[in-house]
Design a protein. Sequence first.
Length: 339
Amino acid sequence: MCFRLSAEGTVLSVNRYGAEHLGYERNELVGQSLLRVVHEEDRPSVSRRLAECVVVPDTTTAWEFRKVRKDGSVLWVRERARAMTKPNGEAVLLVVCDDVTERKEVEQHLLEQRAQLRDLRLELSLAEQRERRRIGAGLHDSVGQDLAFARMKLRELEAETLASETRRCVEAIGQHLDEAIRATRTLTFELTSPILYELGLEAAIRNLVDRMGAQDTIRFTVRSSGSDETLPEDLNVILYRACAELLLNVRKHARCSEVEVAIECTEEGIRISVQDDGAGFDAGGAGKGSDRTGGYGLFSIREELQPLGGRFEVDSEPGRGTRAVIVAPRERTAIADAR
């Protein structure tokens, strides 16, 4: 589709294919504004682009927008426009358009598929967390309680007068029971955080930081503002999972001495930042499936936050530490939609 326009955007000429592709006769378009065949929502941007071409002649500008055929059907075009100045000083615009409707439809289909896959990924993640919670609760309520009861009965036996060999056996059994109880508690917390469901996100993050600090030389601090009492449970699960992955990543890779976790809750949403003073990395290459966060990764955090209406940002450079920020709205209706 080829058009020749005045500086004001009036059609001076159009080739036959261009007119017929839009469902018009050539004489129906000549003398009319080009905006007549431009989609109403795109007219301001097209008008602005054409004006910019006139200001900077002899420069080709390209952009994509929608046109409307005579029968009302819509097509996408890629337009290339170039302003020329005639010997009398009058400016004219030479415009060439390609129909890119098929490509746009494919792109839209791919975007919709990606959104569906993202929602499915979120639901699978939430289903996994629910199953981990169920298993963790089973460990605590059944195995953990049975071990604790056995230990209590063994202490009663230890209080009795026993032969030395019997006492050694009882003490050995007690040590094994203590180790089993500790292992069960550790496994329960590794599967899921009971505190997350009982006391909320902030308490769970503080507990996680305390446990990590007890096992490491890194100094962890947490500061918070606002209340997380009304955050939806599923949102808490995703945010805790993302924060835990970031903290584990810091411990494995950052080579830092201090880490600060900041939790800010407002009426609109929640903002969590994890900042370290470590080695840093090239944030421009992060989030592509192979980064310093390993299997879960920056990409996965971002993918799980998007269906929540949230976002994930990383600011880092080699040698100056890393700051990761998670932002999510308080209201999350799409979680229910994804189920």
